[in-house]
Design a protein around this ligand. Structure first.
Ligand code: NDP
Length: 467
């Protein structure tokens, strides 16, 4: 053992960093975690968790609408954005506090301040705006970078007039109209939130359809469902400029010359690895061509004493993945238990309205990889909607490798899709075949039973087949 201040110095108290720090500390190692903002990271402070509270708040509108169909008389309802934000902030503070407590319970030391690597075993912590913090120079046997990512703002005249998700969690007032830019997770989730809260919402995406990377049926179906719920989806266009007009209004001019008057523009145009100011260049930590820290399968950088986990490594940018990467690092380095997190078949959910759950391959990916695949697909009105005459539709889709009957992709849109996909992911990860899948008896009446009762292969209508 050397006489470093710490065995492990973690930069960033988000999902990945905290999991690694706690596990390492529980092994008896001396651990410090530096955080410049608040413990919990993007997920807890300005990501998954507050986003889901906002989804819950916005879903109330559709529940109020359907209440009538179920025999309820509901009086005039109104939403108080400021009151919601207050409650949300209280809960986020509680959760962030739990991260602090859990670190302390494990025996790790939380340092407040901005950390910069100044040597292969040295980190300097500078005070953040709030004051002195735990400024100082610390040495450590191992350094783990877990600084996450931050929103990217596109560059064009007037782009500074828009906000990103960071600010969207704290808007002083709810705008009357909003233009959400992007077609990924954050864009479709926030479009649903704003729309549900009564904001006139337009979703602007530069490509042919939203949610690039998801199954094509999912992409088409979701865009359709968003429109049914009142979101205007504008595809194939980007901003040329944004200008201020009137009293707090904004005018967006697109590259197809269309213009939109709105009160707020929100950019959900991706996130980038947060590597700035970390001093990586000082010690020669290599970045990959996307500007993320390049790591091997055990999260090692090219510098012997430095590792990195989570979004800063831009592998799969999801909280549970960062947690597993952090845990694998701690197991390997502090428990003498070499562990590699398997990034294959990671399920994810989009908390759009309706939500999406997906695990495994899209139909196109599977066709490229295996040639012949079988598709089972069902589009139907959920039972809840048929009762009150709602027009929404669910989608369930299975992608099967013909060779060995293996289920290689499951895609669901509809209420509880995120919950459903978590369970489906277990079977897919275990290599379930379609006949095993079908031998599972349905749970009735549920949306999920549709997944185990699809017996007929889906045959797309082709050119000869008719319209
Ligand atoms: P994504 O990478 O998912 O989507 C970014 C979107 O912005 C894409 O539609 C992209 O278009 C578009 N875009 C990029 N640059 C521009 C530009 N200059 N002008 C116009 N459009 C642009 O990023 P998100 O911000 O939605 O999410 C970031 C990460 O956070 C994701 O990787 C996701 O894993 C994670 N996340 C996960 C959630 C969940 O699990 N539910 C929730 C929220 C975030 P194109 O497709 O053409 O590239």
């Amino acid at each position: 053992m050397t006489d470093h201040n710490f065995d492990l110095f973690v930069i960033g108290a988000g999902s990945g960093g905290v999991r690694a720090a706690r596990l390492a500390a529980l092994s008896g190692a001396k651990v410090a975690v530096a955080e410049a903002y608040r413990a919990g990271g993007a997920c807890v402070v300005r990501g998954c968790i507050p986003k889901k509270f906002m989804v819950y708040a916005s879903e109330v509108t559709s529940q109020l609408k359907t209440a009538k169909g179920y025999g309820w008389t509901v009086g005039e309802a109104s939403f108080d954005w400021k009151a919601f934000l207050r409650e949300k902030d209280v809960e986020i503070a509680r959760l962030s506090g739990l991260y602090v407590t859990n670190l302390q319970k494990a025996g790790a030391k939380l340092l407040h301040g901005r950390a910069q690597i100044t040597g292969a075993h040295t980190v300097e912590v500078a005070p953040t705006d709030g004051g002195g913090g735990d400024a100082g120079t610390y040495t450590a046997r191992k350094i783990l970078v877990a600084t996450g990512g931050r929103p990217v703002r596109p560059r064009f005249p007037g782009a500074e007039l828009g906000v990103t998700s960071d600010e969207a969690f704290h808007l002083p007032t709810l705008p009357r109209r909003v233009l959400v830019v992007g077609g990924g997770y954050i864009a479709v989730e926030f479009a649903g939130i704003f729309n549900g809260l009564g904001v006139e919402t337009t979703l602007l995406y530069r490509g042919a359809n939203i949610l690039r990377g998801f199954d094509d049926d999912v992409r088409v179906h979701l865009a359709d469902e968003l429109e049914k719920r009142g979101i205007k989806v504008v595809l194939g266009a980007s901003h040329r400029r944004i200008e201020k007009i009137g009293e707090g209004g904004l005018l967006s001019t697109l590259d197809n010359d269309l213009t939109f008057e709105t009160d707020a523009v929100m950019f959900a145009t991706g996130r980038e690895p947060y590597v700035q100011g970390l001093g990586l260049e000082t010690v020669g930590v290599r970045l990959n061509d996307k500007g993320a820290i390049a790591v091997d399968e055990q999260s090692r950088t090219n510098v012997d004493s430095i590792w990195a986990v989570g979004d800063v490594t831009d592998r799969i940018n999801l909280t549970p993945v960062a947690i597993r990467q952090g845990a694998a690092f701690a197991q390997t380095e502090f428990y003498n238990n070499p562990t590699i997190f398997d990034h294959d078949t990671v399920a994810s959910a989009v908390f759009s309205q309706p939500p999406v759950g997906a695990v495994g391959m899209t139909e196109v990916e599977a066709r490229h990889a295996f040639g012949e695949v079988d598709i089972y697909r069902s589009v139907f009105r959920p039972m809840k909607a048929t009762f009150y005459g709602g027009q929404e539709r669910c989608l369930v889709k299975l992608v099967i490798r013909q060779d060995d009957d293996r289920v290689v992709g499951v895609h669901v849109i509809g209420p509880d899709a995120p919950e459903i996909i978590q369970m489906a992911a277990i079977a897919v990860k275990m290599g379930v075949t379609k006949s095993q899948w079908d031998s599972t008896c349905a749970v009735h009446p549920t949306l999920a039973e549709e997944l185990v009762t699809m017996r007929d292969k889906f045959v797309p209508l082709n050119v000869e087949g008719g319209s």
